[in-house]
Ligand binder design. Structure first.
Ligand code: NAG
Ligand code: NAG
Ligand code: NAG
Ligand code: NAG
Ligand code: NAG
Ligand code: NAG
Length: 469
């Protein structure tokens, strides 16, 4: 009996750890892969770079960090972009690095003229239609990729199936319920090219549309407390992903595919919120310091007006228009370890903070925002003590068993109910502490169960004895 009891305890402990981790731990690990800094230059032969991330499965999150190779601002990193919105057809500057990825690699596409103007650079914060703390336009830059495999993230609180999306009348807009009851801390939209293993990422508000004949693309998405809205291009040349014509020799574009939505809630996070309008500051202290090699910066813009009021959209990494031929939109950002910079369209003007034109999503829910709310998250990575997938590591967490003798353990269980208020204050400690509480709870339960069982069997024996008598 003792032996069996011990086995039950051990098995339960392991199960309990896994259960605890799944349910309560919302911490984010360091990325599985951080590439070395790679020098890139626009308008050269080397118009794409391939990096091997070795997840062996589709990553949960891919981030590019792009910084000037020299000059004053090498500590400010710009993100990469999920799809180009411009080609080389007009002699106007555009910038950025576009990327796609599969289970093993990330490919970076760098501006290079194909049959038009060599006007693409890598870092570009816009011309006179844009407002920001400094002006940056750089052909040379350093870039690195950070890749989080699924096991580096907690389990998503919502994950959709693969849903088809295309540039078509009825298939270019989706509204999917995620039913979280609160705005998730992160929502990703991954777009899989039809018939391939290549993924690209959804984007926020677009920054430009060129002339009618130009190549452009992307999948815009936004989300509120219950739903995700997805707009694919629904007019002629728009693709779900484009790195074509002006992005090297690669003929990279796809107009149909499958999308997967995932939503996360996490605890190890720092938040900053402020109103965006034509007078808002373009350089802000993050009020915290983050590690750019391990942590995640998430910059989003919430629509406060219009058809998409209450929906959050991701911010962008580079301006792809200048002296535009149409209305445009977007918020571009870069960040150092403690400061955020943003570039916004000059207002009033042809530019909007959030802009969804009738070229997208079959004209459903268009958006033109001149005011909005900026929301910044810093996810501080931490070493989650109990990875879900590695059983050997789980057994390492058994030492808490020693504390079973603690008579106060039953008291501690009650503080488990405080976990929500606790999590906002001491996010990094919480997963471990809660895990510990869970263990204590389970062990206390087992002890009580054992006592009850013993008592019961004792009673039974006594009953049997009485019956015999
Ligand atoms: C660096 O900053 C200084 C002072 O703000 C300025 O004079 C100089 O032009 C800047 N250099 C570059 C390369 O931007
Ligand atoms: C493109 O525009 C730039 C700046 O306006 C100008 O200097 C250049 O000559 C133009 N290039 C061509 C090929 O027209
Ligand atoms: C683009 O095409 C639409 C009709 O498809 C037309 O109304 C619009 O004026 C065109 N825009 C430009 C810049 O040519
Ligand atoms: C979120 O969007 C859905 C779908 O459009 C809508 O029904 C719901 O009212 C929105 N929620 C809030 C709080 O605005
Ligand atoms: C950052 O902290 C300072 C001092 O505590 C405060 O005055 C400021 O409002 C904070 N900034 C933001 C954007 O929260
Ligand atoms: C149990 O809690 C009480 C009061 O909270 C404290 O005085 C006592 O030292 C604790 N006992 C142990 C064994 O931790």
């Amino acid at each position: 009996m003792e032996n069996m009891f011990r086995k039950i305890v051990l098995v339960s402990l392991v199960c309990c750890c896994v259960y605890d981790f799944r349910v309560f731990s919302r911490c984010v690990n360091s990325p599985h892969f951080v590439s070395p800094w790679t020098e890139v230059e626009a308008q050269t032969q080397k118009s794409s770079v391939t990096l091997e991330h070795e997840c062996g499965e589709f990553p949960a999150k891919v981030e590019l960090q792009i910084r000037p190779s020299s000059g004053n601002w090498t500590n400010f990193y710009f993100p990469g972009i999920g799809s180009s919105q411009r080609d080389d057809d007009i002699n106007r500057t555009y910038g950025g690095i576009v990327y796609k990825y599969n289970k093993d690699e990330v490919i970076l596409f760098i501006p290079k003229a194909k049959d038009g103007y060599p006007s693409g650079t890598i870092i570009y914060t816009g011309g006179s239609s844009w407002r920001g703390p400094v002006f940056q336009n750089a052909r040379r830059a350093s870039v690195r990729a950070l890749v989080w495999c699924p096991s580096d993230f907690p389990d998503p609180t919502y994950e959709s199936n693969w849903i088809s999306l295309s540039n078509s009348v009825s298939g270019s807009f989706l509204e999917i319920a995620h039913n979280q009851g609160t705005i998730p801390d992160l929502v990703t939209v991954q777009i899989q090219q039809s018939g391939t293993e290549w993924l690209s990422d959804g984007i926020g508000s677009m920054t430009a549309l060129g002339p009618n004949t130009s190549s452009w693309g992307g999948v815009i998405y936004g989300y509120n407390t219950s739903h995700v809205r997805i707009w694919a291009p629904s007019s002629k040349n728009g693709k779900l992903f484009s790195a074509d014509d002006g992005w090297g020799s690669a003929k990279e574009s796809w107009s149909r595919g499958l999308i997967k939505i995932k939503a996360w809630r996490i605890t190890n996070m720092f938040t900053l919120t402020y109103a965006l309008n034509q007078n808002s500051k373009s350089q802000i202290s993050l009020n915290t310091t983050y590690n750019q090699a391990t942590d995640i910066l998430i910059v989003r813009i919430k629509a406060d007006t219009g058809y998409n009021s209450g929906f959050m959209f991701p911010a962008s990494g580079a301006v792809q228009n200048d002296e535009t031929v149409s209305s445009f939109g977007g918020v571009v950002y870069s960040a150092s370890s403690d400061t955020l910079r943003i570039w916004t369209p000059v207002s009033p003007g042809p530019g909007y903070l959030l802009y969804i034109s009738n070229e997208w999503g079959n004209t459903l829910y268009p958006q033109t925002s001149t005011t909005a709310t900026l929301m910044v998250h810093v996810w501080k990575s931490t070493t989650c003590s109990i990875p879900t997938t590695l059983v050997p590591k789980i057994t390492k967490t058994t030492p808490p068993v020693q504390s079973t003798a603690d008579p106060n353990s039953s008291k501690r269980q009650s503080s488990k109910e405080d976990k929500d208020s606790l999590s906002s204050k001491a996010p990094i400690v919480v997963p471990t502490v809660i895990g510990g509480f869970g263990l204590l709870l389970l062990i206390a339960g087992l002890i009580i169960a054992r006592v009850l069982w013993k008592r019961k069997s004792k009673n039974r024996v006594e009953e049997e004895k009485q019956e015999q008598q």
